[in-house]
Design a protein around this ligand. Sequence first.
Ligand SMILES: Cc1cc2nc3c(=O)[nH]c(=O)nc-3n(C[C@H](O)[C@H](O)[C@H](O)COP(=O)(O)OP(=O)(O)OC[C@H]3O[C@@H](n4cnc5c(N)ncnc54)[C@H](O)[C@@H]3O)c2cc1C
Length: 349
Amino acid sequence: MKSQIVVIAEHTGGVIQPVTYEVVSFAVELGKMIDRKTQVVIFGKSIRTSAQQIAEKTGLPVIGIENEYLDLYNGEVFKAAALKALETVDFGYICLPHTATGFDLAPRLAFFLHASCITSVEKVRAGNGDIRFVRPLFNGKLQAELAPATHRSVLTILPGAWPPVEIHPEAKGSVDIVTTDLVPGASRTIASKESEKGTLNLDDAEVIISAGRGIRDPENLHLLKKLAKIFPKSALGSSKGACDLGWLGYEHQIGITGQTVSPKLYIACGISGAVQHIAGMKSSQIIVAINSDPDASIFNVADYGIVENLETFIPCLLEEFRNFMQQKPLTTFRAVNRTKMDRPEQERR
Ligand SMILES: Cc1cc2nc3c(=O)[nH]c(=O)nc-3n(C[C@H](O)[C@H](O)[C@H](O)COP(=O)(O)OP(=O)(O)OC[C@H]3O[C@@H](n4cnc5c(N)ncnc54)[C@H](O)[C@@H]3O)c2cc1C
């Protein structure tokens, strides 16, 4: 039998993370290209229900590894569990989501399995007799194409790069639950806590003004807050980049690991337009992007693009709004329109 493609499922307290089904989609596509079957593996304290859910939804065989120490993610214990699961599987590829858990576990596995490790995969191509994996570099401005030089590879798949696998209710996969002995290693995960949601409700906002790292200084948030005040049902959003810097709390984060929003108007201020951010806001009715870099990826999804320093543009916009409210004639400010409509179809995301 040919070696298989193994997907490591991700769940939080038994709730399967949607990104797992995206990785399954990737694995099935890769399997068709190289004629290999896909197998799913899931770890947890009590995992049967989740394993059955995956088997029902994907039609694929699922191995569940149960142990009390698999309740919360811990790199060492999960690595040991993965090695246990892989004892009975002949595999060529291990695929995980490129999440905080996935990109912690992937290199550990690659090291112990003497496998290559390719992260952030967003495309797969058949090359000259080999398979090539494409990953973005420099926030999507460049792409690297990598071909593994080992028999086995560990891959992390970029969230949002593949659609979730289609549901096959008629083809239910098998479930095999293995209870195993595992002991914590040098570290043990004691608890995990969800970040506080606060009162902000991005879901209800008709207008979202979103801050990215391009605001450069958290002091500049006051410009975005003033802009938000123009609109009655508005809220402040953020890229992960700005949240990671502590400029805004994670409850503001929009994207694949933040919230998904679809307001009437989304104004992205100093946001580059990484695929993980786009995934959370692309269904907004009108997208306006303010970015000083004319080649920023955000312009691929923007309806209106303003190539300008936001510290110059937003005060001008606020001034125009004040003039408009006082019925003063409009003044001209320097702003260049660059919209997704200007770009050829194949360049738009
Ligand atoms: C597993 C995973 C999950 C992720 N999930 C998310 C997610 O849910 N949401 C998310 O947002 N990201 C997410 N990311 C991170 C994502 O890949 C990007 O790193 C992040 O979105 C970048 O944030 P940014 O656009 O604010 O910063 P940058 O990429 O640094 O972009 C800053 C932009 O500001 C522009 N700029 C600079 N100065 C100015 C100025 N004065 N005026 C106007 N423009 C200016 C620059 O040209 C640049 O385009 C995730 C990443 C991983 C690996």
